[in-house]
Design a protein around this ligand. Structure first.
Ligand code: UGA
Length: 433
């Protein structure tokens, strides 16, 4: 099919490349000229495992092009809207200005029978509002909402082999067009749920709300574990054996961040309040509060580990991205902790395999180095903040050769305390004795 993808960020660039990889003819539209120049040269403008490979094979096939001009999308039968919906400054609500702008810009270029497909995460009610606008201004076109569930770090696999497809549609034709787009996944047996707009929008935000709640639940348990000497990782393992609960997303630590979970639960709270149903989602405020408390707990542990003050003490922060296998530092708990410690007067050095450039743009006041050994040199305290594979695999004896004092806070509960303590380290985790 002929497809356009409007917005080529973490979501859109992967979606465009994956659609071309599946055999569709795709044009990616993006206002940022630097991103378009990189994508046109088959260079991903951000780090995502597997993306370089599909971007170059799709570009080489001639099925994938990029442009800054939305008029170049006119030929497409299906238009995916994949622009951002960040948190609005000063409120909890999602900022829909990019969605509205993309939608309005597209309308004059819609061919007869074209289908617009929203992928961006939006407050429930947005699709119905946009469908109304489309019916007035371009009645020859239609709208579907098809939320995206990809995880950064696994985005290519999640797009090519999704665990489910959700179509929010206003008519049957939209569903059959989407079936053609996703034919490969459907033939592979991917479950597909065809529903109304509101349900499709809600599936997305409630999935993220559920995941955030699961993480904050285990982090709350980690606070109780700290107060009682229990071990939250053993607790999570035991809970996880109950198939109704499951072990995934029960890793206690510094908490969730990124461009999705934090702003999506806030946007959801704001939307429920607009709907006069604020009390239904009041618990998400607590989920948010528990999550933010984790960052504070790590900073407090650092102060405690250094005897009451971090002022002028050298602290190494391992990891700055919001999770491993990503260069994304949006609302990153790791970056937040580094900034807090710096604010307390610590001499903070941050290292990360992929996130330094993005972190430096936001917080130039921190010291960065791409070399782990350089970062560790003379550290009086090490904080493991993002569980990159290389940090999980660190050898306590080897690391001990570089630091000034063997103290470590395992902010992700991924190190083996027995092994580290045997090597002479003072190790603190979150909710672990
Ligand atoms: C999340 C969802 O998982 C995706 O399904 C969704 O499509 C995406 O948001 C989105 O809305 O676009 P993502 O933001 O890539 O994906 O990251 P997650 O893997 O969900 O991790 C989010 C945060 O939770 C990370 O900071 C991670 O370190 C943290 N986390 C995760 C924990 O602290 N504990 C866990 O057990 C799991």
């Amino acid at each position: 099919m002929r497809i356009s993808v409007i917005g080529c960020g973490y979501l859109g660039a992967v979606h465009a490349s994956a659609m071309a990889e599946l055999g569709h003819e795709v044009i990616g539209i993006e206002v940022d000229e630097r991103k378009i120049a990189a994508l046109t040269a088959a260079r991903p403008p951000f780090f995502e495992p597997g993306l370089p490979e599909i971007l170059s094979s799709a570009s080489a096939s001639g099925r994938l092009r990029f442009s800054t001009d939305i008029a170049d999308a006119a030929n497409a039968e299906v238009h995916f809207i994949a622009v951002g919906t960040p948190q609005t400054t000063g409120t909890y609500a999602a900022d829909l200005s990019y969605v509205d702008a993309a939608f309005d810009a597209l309308i004059p270029h819609l061919a007869d029978g074209a289908l617009i497909v929203g992928k961006s995460t939006v407050p429930v009610g947005t699709a119905a509002r946009l469908a109304g606008r489309l019916a007035e201004r371009a009645p020859h076109a239609s709208l579907a909402w098809n939320p995206e569930f990809l995880r950064e770090g696994f985005a290519v696999k999640d797009t090519l082999q999704p665990d489910r497809l959700v179509y929010g549609v206003g008519d049957d034709r939209a569903a059959s067009v989407l079936d053609q787009v996703y034919r490969a996944a459907i033939e592979a047996g991917t479950p597909r749920i065809v529903t109304d707009y509101a349900t499709a929008e809600l599936v997305k935000v409630s999935a993220n709300a559920f995941l955030a709640t699961k993480i904050s639940f285990i982090n709350a348990m980690s606070e109780i574990a700290d107060a009682t000497g229990a071990d939250v990782t053993a607790l999570a393992d035991a809970l996880g054996h109950d198939a109704r609960i499951g072990r995934r997303f029960l890793n206690a630590g510094i908490g969730f961040g990124g461009g999705c979970l934090p702003k999506d639960i806030r946007g959801f709270i704001a939307r429920a309040e607009e709907l006069g149903r604020g009390e239904s989602l009041n618990f998400l405020k607590e989920v948010d509060a528990i999550n933010l408390r984790q960052r504070q707990r790590v900073a407090d542990l650092a102060v405690e580990a250094l005897g009451g003050s971090v002022f002028r003490r050298k602290i190494t922060v391992l990891g700055v991205t919001f999770k491993p296998d990503s260069d994304d530092v949006r609302d990153s708990p790791a970056l937040d902790v580094a900034v807090q410690l710096k604010g307390l007067g610590a001499d903070v050095v941050v290292t990360d395999p992929e996130g330094i450039e993005n972190a430096r743009l936001r917080h130039p006041q921190l010291a960065y180095t791409s070399s782990t050994t350089e970062a560790l040199r003379d550290a009086e305290l090490v904080v493991l903040a993002t569980e990159w594979r290389e940090y999980r695999a660190l050898d306590p004896h080897e690391v001990g050769r570089f630091v000034a004092a063997r103290r470590i806070i395992d902010g992700r509960n991924v190190l083996d305390p027995v092994q580290w303590r045997a090597a002479g380290w003072q190790l603190r985790g979150l909710g672990r004795p």
